[in-house]
Write a protein that binds this ligand. Structure first.
Ligand code: PMP
Length: 368
């Protein structure tokens, strides 16, 4: 429909779309491969049954019980004390990021990210009318601090995205780099610096949460989709100075977080220790994948996440051709468009073995 009167900047664009193909081994969307344990499923049912009794009423608009539980989780695991006034929750961290861009970005404003990185930062920017600036990343996929500082000083963005660990490369960002970019952003702006820590529970490094102390323009974004194995729940959250939480209230829809979502998330948080046990298993499997991929002869980017970027596939379209061949072995990985590289999500040991068999075959074919 060429005459659909949509906004000019959306015309001819493609939506976010990781292929959802029905193959035996799906390692393409960085999901946690472990279903929630049965006692947690029971607890969710209990909590949701309780919530169902008052579904005739709107939910707690401020989600105070949930924000208190999320603050307790962060305080216990991320090395810094926060309270409910520091925490805000929404339907997935994508919605958290959207609310931040609606509040701090918008028409006439810009956001920067260091690419390749999480593609939704650019897409949500576009959706909120925020101009997008593609910032630089080094050859080894780390953030080149001096180049990033120059980009911030030169472009004066209103929002700065730092993804740590970064998706799709797996690369973590050190605290000194975040502090340097925060300083550069305050000197140029002041602007809001958003550290997207969707995968931080899988990292070798501690959370950057303690950096919010004394830095009112720094936001840490988190999700229950990965470490908590609850991608279907749609629960993301942020931690920041209470003024940021207050500001976001200006754009959030009333009662955005359903009573069912709040009840389910609270149940999951009661089972934090069990779920973090799975994270430990996934970290060990991640390290095994890195070691085995290198032994097969692939180049692997250091990973602090529940996925691994590998290659190098030389030549135009070679990564996509490799993606297709791996799919031929019944294993779905992700081609994020990074030249010569593919990304595999860490699955169960059996899924990882199937993936390793597939890429071993691929290597044989390619060196034959
Ligand atoms: N940030 C990053 C870096 C991600 O990779 C993802 C999901 N893949 C998200 C945020 C969004 O996750 P969710 O909306 O499920 O919380």
């Amino acid at each position: 429909m060429d005459d659909l009167p949509i906004r000019e900047e959306l015309r001819g664009k493609s939506p976010y779309g990781a292929p959802q193909l029905d193959v035996p081994v799906q390692l393409n969307t960085n999901e946690n491969p472990y279903p929630l344990p049965e006692p947690l499923v029971e607890r969710i049912a209990e909590r949701v049954r309780e919530a169902a009794r008052s579904l005739n009423r709107y939910p707690d608009r401020d989600a105070v019980e949930l924000r208190t539980a999320l603050a307790a989780y962060l305080t216990r695991t991320a090395g810094h004390t926060v309270g409910p006034a520091n925490v805000w929750a929404a339907n997935g961290s994508n919605e958290v990021l959207q609310q931040l861009l609606q509040t701090f970005g918008g028409p006439g404003r810009t956001a920067i990210g260091f690419e390749p990185s999480y593609s939704m930062h650019a897409l949500i920017s576009r959706g909120t009318g925020t101009g997008w600036i593609s910032g630089p990343r080094g050859e080894d996929f780390t953030i080149d601090r001096a180049a990033a500082e120059r980009a911030i000083a030169g472009q004066r963005p209103d929002v700065v995205f730092i993804t740590s660990p970064n998706n799709p490369t797996g690369t973590a960002v050190d605290a000194d780099t975040v502090l340097a970019l925060y300083e550069a952003a305050q000197a140029a702006g002041p602007s809001l610096v958003v550290v997207d820590e969707a995968y931080v529970e899988f990292s070798h490094r501690p959370s950057l949460l303690p950096l919010i102390e004394g830095r009112p323009h720094l936001v840490i974004s988190r999700t229950m989709s990965k470490a908590f194995g609850a991608a279907g729940l749609r629960l993301g959250y942020l931690a920041a100075h209470p003024a940021v939480v207050d500001a976001v209230q200006l754009v959030r829809l009333p009662y955005h977080l359903s009573a069912v979502t709040q009840a389910t998330a609270l149940a999951a948080l009661e089972h934090t220790d069990t779920l973090l046990g799975y994270v430990e298993q996934l970290k060990a499997e991640r390290d095994r994948l890195v070691t085995e991929l290198r032994a097969i002869g692939y180049e692997v980017t250091e990973s602090d996440a529940n996925f691994v970027q590998f290659g190098r596939f030389e030549g135009e379209g070679a990564a996509h051709e490799a993606w297709r061949k791996i799919l031929g072995h019944g294993v779905l990985v992700r081609d994020n468009g990074v030249p010569g590289r593919l990304r595999v999500t860490v699955g169960t040991p059996a899924e990882n073995d199937a993936f390793l068999d597939a890429v071993r075959e691929l290597k044989k074919e390619q060196s034959a």
